[in-house]
Design a protein around this ligand. Structure first.
Ligand code: M6R
Length: 617
């Protein structure tokens, strides 16, 4: 979950490192640090708290000029977020080696015991420091840094990206990757390392994604990659398709505010080149799955976590309806450890913004071992998930920096619907005319999303008005049910208040007992035009909770003449195909949660205890 950056080249290293850390801070923000090698040797600055604390520390204890260094922003696993536990960690009795680490070293206790037995002094409670001492010790014995590094990473169990610099080798950064992300940025006379391309995109768009169990030897004018076993590795370069401005606030008060506003573009870019003006869907990236493979699919299992899993819940409605393939949606961490039934005719659809969520990676690896094909829906080029899948549909939402997912969510739903339409066409399970009608309706969505964004004043005012609420409940039915759960998740993670999303039909089976005078309930009201006549059922639910004192805020479609009679407030969204309404109805919920959190004075981009990418299980 931590952010990692490395640099060798002519620029001011501390500026490159701090710029990279600023862009990676979303990955972890409970402490940060840098090490650089200067004329007088290795120098390190580190500080608990946000990156600004480290910047202040460097301002008061300046670092001399340097052209090589490593930087880290931490999300604590082993050891509290203190100055001492912040990375980098120094190794060896003369502290000439500096190391940063993202991940968890599972066998650190055993390795630490070995080091304690020979008298090693530890300066932190972290698992990472163990690796620093092991490498330094071995280097002191034979003087070969690469050999020491390779020997030690081969001894580590768990998940790690590790970067090391050593005072004796001031021209080289060594990096190793197992089960945690690492990307190389290729410059002219300079090279970079980062947890993702955001670390270096302001300097170069040429990148290489480092594979599993690979070591990088990074110098200013060369990049060499070898396997943990010492074998030579060939790698493929790719071009980052967004620029640095896409990962900056651009005048918005927060990344979240900007990313909410980016949603029309996120949907448009995800549709681009995949739906023609007649509404016909083609997904060229599906080439890893042949028409034969698609016809043989007898079950789809969507695996994902958090918001991405709610996108899967929504996509399920469309995929099943059009392709007639049974779909189940599973939280990746639950799926992986329950001995699920997976065959070679199962298609696993893994949804992940980052493509680095360890729970989802473990679930897909497990399913692949059982013979299933894996299709990724992913927002991050070069991500591990994409590399390890048979095919990837990229959501082109651009970099999402705020921890709370917004634009990635609507892009994931869009991609899920594209997938459903595509599968249905290949399997001829729904008349082509109907599929094309859906395709044309998808093309209207960016404009409709814009209309919703232009009228977010009302949910924002409601958010401010309810800033003292102790609990908010959300109700929905059909695609409105996952939207309700997503609305509740946004509120929990941003405003730290109790919030639950329920299926409206489930209300009378228990949750209605929670309703008391003044309880705010946000209800996602289905379209009056829905074939299944769910609208009157939800209106009845509203009446039931109103009768028990609930304060109802409804999100309903324009033209819904009935809902106003039964709700304190109604937020209207434009009419669309009822299945696609989720892309519109979730947006007021995002704005509501953001405004409520801001009214409480909270940091909406970096909520407490969270990190953007959860790269540990
Ligand atoms: O990168 P991923 O899409 O795999 O992340 C999955 C979840 O961790 C993520 O959606 C999380 O729930 C968000 N913080 C929610 O806003």
């Amino acid at each position: 979950m931590c952010g990692i950056v490395g640099y060798v080249g002519p620029k001011s290293t501390v500026d490159v490192l701090l710029g990279g850390l600023r862009r990676l801070e979303y990955r972890g923000y409970d402490s940060a640090g840098v090490s650089v090698i200067t004329e007088s040797g290795l120098e390190t600055r580190k500080k608990a708290g946000k990156l600004d604390n480290l910047v202040a520390e460097i301002d008061s204890h300046l670092l001399a000029e340097s052209h090589i260094g490593i930087g880290h922003t931490r999300w604590a696993t082993h050891g509290a977020p203190t100055d001492g536990n912040a990375h980098p960690h120094l190794g060896g009795s003369r502290s000439k080696l500096s190391l940063i680490h993202n991940g968890i070293i599972e066998n650190f206790s055993e390795l630490k015991a070995e080091l304690l037995a020979v008298g090693t002094q530890f300066a932190s409670d972290t698992d990472s420091e163990v690796a620093a001492h092991l490498i330094a010790r071995e280097y002191d014995e034979h003087g070969d840094l690469l050999k020491s590094f390779r020997n030690v990473v081969n001894r580590l169990h768990g998940a790690f990206t590790i970067l090391v610099i050593h005072e004796d080798q001031p021209d080289m950064v060594l990096a190793a990757r197992r089960n945690a992300p690492l990307v190389i940025g290729l410059g002219h006379g300079e090279n970079f390392l980062g947890s993702d391309v955001a670390a270096f995109v302001e300097h170069t768009k040429r990148a290489i994604s480092v594979g599993q169990d690979e070591i990088v030897i990074l110098r200013a004018d060369s990049v060499e990659i070898i396997g943990f076993d010492g074998s030579t590795v060939t790698s493929e370069e790719f071009t980052v398709d967004w620029d640095a401005t896409a990962a900056s606030k651009g005048g918005w008060p927060s990344f979240m505010a900007k990313e909410i506003a980016d949603q029309p573009q996120a949907v448009a870019d995800t549709l681009m080149g995949r739906v023609d003006s007649e509404g016909r869907v083609s997904i060229p990236e599906m080439h890893g799955l042949s028409a034969e493979d698609i016809k043989n699919i007898d079950r789809i299992i969507i695996v994902a976590c958090g918001t991405a899993s709610y996108a899967g819940d929504i996509a399920k409605y469309g995929i099943e309806k059009w392709s007639r393939i049974p779909v189940q949606v599973e939280l990746s961490h639950e799926f992986r450890y329950r001995n699920p039934i997976v065959t070679k005719n199962t298609l696993i659809v893994a949804i992940s913004q980052s493509g680095e969520t360890m729970d989802t990676l473990m679930a897909t690896r497990y399913a692949r071992d059982l013979g299933a094909k894996v299709l990724a829906i992913c927002n991050t080029q070069g991500a591990t998930l994409a590399r390890e899948s048979d095919a990837t549909i990229y959501t082109h939402a651009g970099p999402e920096v705020a921890v709370a997912s917004t634009k990635a969510f609507v892009a994931q739903i869009t991609a899920g619907y594209l997938l459903g339409l595509y599968l249905a066409e290949v399997r001829q399970s729904t008349p082509i005319g109907e599929l094309q009608r859906m395709g044309r309706e998808l093309l209207r969505l960016p404009a409709l999303v814009s209309d919703v964004i232009d009228s977010l004043i009302q949910p924002k005012e409601l958010g401010m008005e309810l800033s003292d609420a102790k609990s908010v409940l959300f109700l929905g039915r059909n695609v409105g049910f996952p939207v309700a759960m997503e609305g509740a998740l946004k509120l929990k993670e941003l405003a730290y208040i109790h919030a639950e999303g329920f299926a409206a039909g489930e209300l009378k089976h228990g949750p209605i007992a929670l309703i008391e005078e003044g309880q705010p309930v946000i209800v996602i009201v289905p379209s009056m035009r829905d074939d299944e006549s769910l609208h009157p059922k939800v209106i009845s639910n509203i009446q039931e909770i109103r009768a028990r004192g609930a304060k109802v805020i409804a999100i309903a479609e324009e033209g819904d003449t009935e809902v106003s009679q039964w709700s304190e407030h109604v937020i209207f969204v434009p009419q669309t195909e009822p299945l696609f309404a989720s892309i519109l109805t979730v947006i007021p919920l995002q704005a509501f949660a953001m405004a409520l959190a801001e009214a409480k004075g909270l940091d909406v981009d970096q909520p407490r205890n969270l990190a953007k990418s959860v790269t540990v299980e």
